[in-house]
Write a protein that binds this ligand. Structure first.
Ligand code: MIC
Ligand code: SF4
Length: 661
């Protein structure tokens, strides 16, 4: 039987298991990427694993999330990362060079290869035919040491595109439409594979906007076939020799097919505060807008910013609105400047940010209180912009620019009727790119140009905490009961105040779940041990392993949830927290403050493959918690986490590489 693109790439990289949906598979990783706020832990773990050298074909370390360096702690992190990249053999992209996904796409992303990244939007180069997956930092460290990456074999869903985008509809509307239909958990344990005649009408930057934001569906990855567009795009960066012909076989079988006629799309917008809260722009037209931001890893390419620039040429930003461009990479900024668009935008009253994640996670450009911010970003989780009770909308650059001109949300089609000379900017590919990271790029330091050969650790860089082996008893107070779709931003916020402690767990732990309940860290420290209770899709959003590591550090032993987001579920195993699934009735009945005890011998049960555990609440009533875990995950949990487990394997085998495959 024929194969999907996903199956072809996975088969080429398979080292363990079978390509049966729902089964755990181990794959070989060709490339890894990591960034500044997850990367420090990755390298500390790499060091703790006693690794000498990166074993993957390529590893790239980016400094993109907190590049303003408000505090020496961030700067120390960046210096440590440069030293780690140099010491162990990774490319180092300097602070300010751009957001990992955009810079990786420009320089390294290669069709047919696998990429594992410690950032949830790693699937971005799926638009170029690369099978790219986001994971927790410890999984990256192990893969970099030569170990396989283990993941549940996803279901492959066919998103069949027909037609062509009409004027004013964009790639952003494609993914917003899917979010509207499938919701933020609609893609969990799935790969979305795009097929059909509509594909060829989409350029690479448009495809990567779609694959980037597949993460908001909870998808394991998203991927497009390769074609002339891919070839031409690679050629712009002098990398045409990396082209590989990739498409699904005619008789490939998919778990499901979603048909999407591009010609039926219209400008859409995600209302506060969830990316799937999508409506047509016209439904919220007239809402006053205080701030507009164009950029990020979703829409930060030159080709994303250009339409906004064309719309603003010769016009002015409304006096009640502020507009900021946050380019995805220095390449994008440079090209805008070279082509004269920076000057046009500045003349229109637009300000520029460094090419950084920054505002996307509340670092800079924090909206005013009780104000509306329209962003071309991918996430609008409550409070993520840096202020609680924020009102962040997500939309295309065209819709953003229209709002900047009008001072209120407006469908650009209606604005064009009003301002007759406003034409749909359409899509135009940049032509003046400088080639990939080659000799002339001062912002990427190749391993053989490294300026460091030993780790440089400042005083804020701590150790990776370890947990004891899983014992027989597990009990504690329900320290917090949470609702559905709790994000990792709720668990461990990523704002300016907190981010500087990503390498210092005792300090970072003070922020744990404070967005839900400010008393949580103190209560957790006081209690001997405790559990967390949550509804559906617990831990959606970021790949940050800190969302498991910090609760573990504060003594949380288990998380009881109706369902878990994929990366966070893996992170809980990696740090030795027991993730148990509970049904709705149990969720409704259990209260904060309830004493929870797992009646069974937990350690023995986990080791022996037991799936159902009896949960006794307040010594009064009982319920069942289900452990959905592979044999390998059970061993990891029993060992107290993946670092201890990998070390044990290493000690037993006496080998150099992590014995994860
Ligand atoms: C995000 O978009 O939430 C982040 C910040 O990029 C995270 C990574 C992190 O927390 O460092 C992600 O997406 O994984
Ligand atoms: Fe950075 Fe935002 Fe993209 Fe995360 S989603 S990588 S914070 S730009």
């Amino acid at each position: 039987m024929g194969q999907t693109i996903t199956e072809k790439i996975l088969e080429d990289h398979l080292v363990d298991g079978e390509l049966e949906p729902g089964e755990e598979i181990g794959i070989d990783v060709d490339q890894v990427l990591t960034q500044d706020t997850t990367g420090t832990m990755v390298w500390l773990q790499f060091e703790a694993l006693e690794m000498d050298e990166v074993q993957t074909e390529l590893a790239a370390q980016y400094c993109d999330h907190q590049t303003y360096q408000f505090d020496f702690k961030n700067t120390d992190d960046h210096r440590f990362l440069r030293s780690a990249a140099g010491t162990y053999g990774a490319y180092f992209s300097r602070p300010g060079n751009g957001i990992c996904h955009q810079v990786h796409k420009e320089n390294f992303a290669a069709p047919g290869k696998t990429l594992l990244g410690s950032d949830s939007h790693t699937p971005t180069p799926g638009g170029l035919g690369q099978l790219a997956i986001g994971a927790g930092g410890l999984d990256i460290a192990v893969a970099m040491g030569g170990g396989a990456y283990y993941v549940e074999m996803p279901e492959v869903v066919n998103v069949e595109l027909t037609g062509e985008l009409p004027e004013w509809a964009t790639a952003k509307d494609v993914i917003l439409k899917l979010l509207q239909d499938l919701t933020v958990k609609g893609g969990v344990d799935k790969v979305l594979e795009y097929t059909g005649p509509g594909v060829e009408s989409l350029s690479i930057p448009e495809r990567t906007t779609i694959t980037n934001m597949g993460t908001e569906l909870g998808a394991t990855s998203s991927i497009f076939p390769t074609d002339e567009q891919t070839k031409e795009w690679l050629a712009k960066f002098d990398r045409e020799d990396e082209f590989v012909d990739l498409s699904a076989d005619e008789d490939a079988s998919y778990a499901e097919t979603i048909e999407l006629d591009l010609s039926e799309l219209e400008p859409l917008i995600a209302k506060p505060s969830m990316p799937d809260n999508v409506v047509p722009v016209r439904e919220v037209a007239g809402t006053e807008v205080d701030q507009v931001m164009v950029g990020s890893c979703t829409n930060g390419a030159y080709e994303d910013i250009l339409p906004a620039a064309k719309m603003l040429e010769g016009r002015q930003v409304n006096p009640t609105t502020e507009m900021i461009i946050a380019p995805g990479s220095k390449q994008a900024s440079e090209l805008l400047a070279r082509e004269g668009w920076t000057a046009e935008l500045m003349a229109a009253g637009v300000n520029f940010s460094e090419a950084t994640c920054g505002a996307c996670i509340g670092i800079g450009h924090v909206p005013a209180s009780d104000s509306v911010s329209l962003r071309t970003f991918n996430r609008n989780f409550e409070g993520r912009s840096g202020i609680e009770d924020d009102s962040v909308y997500l939309c295309s650059p065209e819709v953003a620019a229209a709002a900047a001109i009008a001072g209120e949300i407006v469908d650009p089609r209606d604005l064009a009727d009003e301002l007759e000379e406003l034409e749909a900017p359409g899509f135009e590919m940049g032509t003046g790119y400088s080639a990939g990271y080659g000799a002339d790029d001062p912002d990427i330091i190749a391993p053989d140009e490294s300026v460091d050969d030993e780790l440089i650790k400042g005083p804020n860089i701590g150790d990776v905490p370890l947990k004891d082996e899983l014992g027989s008893d597990l009990s504690g107070e329900t320290l917090l009961k949470m609702g559905d779709n709790i994000t990792t931003d709720h668990i461990t916020p990523a704002n300016a105040e907190a981010l500087k402690f990503r390498s210092n767990i005792p300090k970072y732990a003070d922020f744990t779940l404070t967005r839900v309940d400010s008393t949580f860290p103190d209560r957790a420290r006081e209690a001997d041990s405790g559990v967390l209770v949550a509804g559906e899709n617990y831990g959606q959003g970021s790949s940050r392993e800190h969302a498991a590591l910090c609760p573990m550090f504060l003594g949380i032993e288990a998380v009881l949830a109706q369902s878990f987001a994929r990366i966070h579920h893996a992170n809980l195993f990696n740090f030795g927290l027991v993730p148990l699934e509970i049904d709705e009735e149990t969720y409704e009945r259990i209260e904060e403050g309830d004493e929870v005890e797992i009646v069974d011998d937990v350690g023995a049960g986990v080791r022996s493959g037991q799936e159902e555990f009896t949960i006794r609440v307040n010594d009064d009533w009982e319920a069942t918690g289900t452990l959905d875990a592979s044999e390998r995950e059970r061993e990891i949990l029993a060992a107290g986490g993946k670092l201890s487990w990998t070390k044990q394997q290493h000690d037993t085998s006496g080998g150099a590489a992590p014995a994860d495959d």
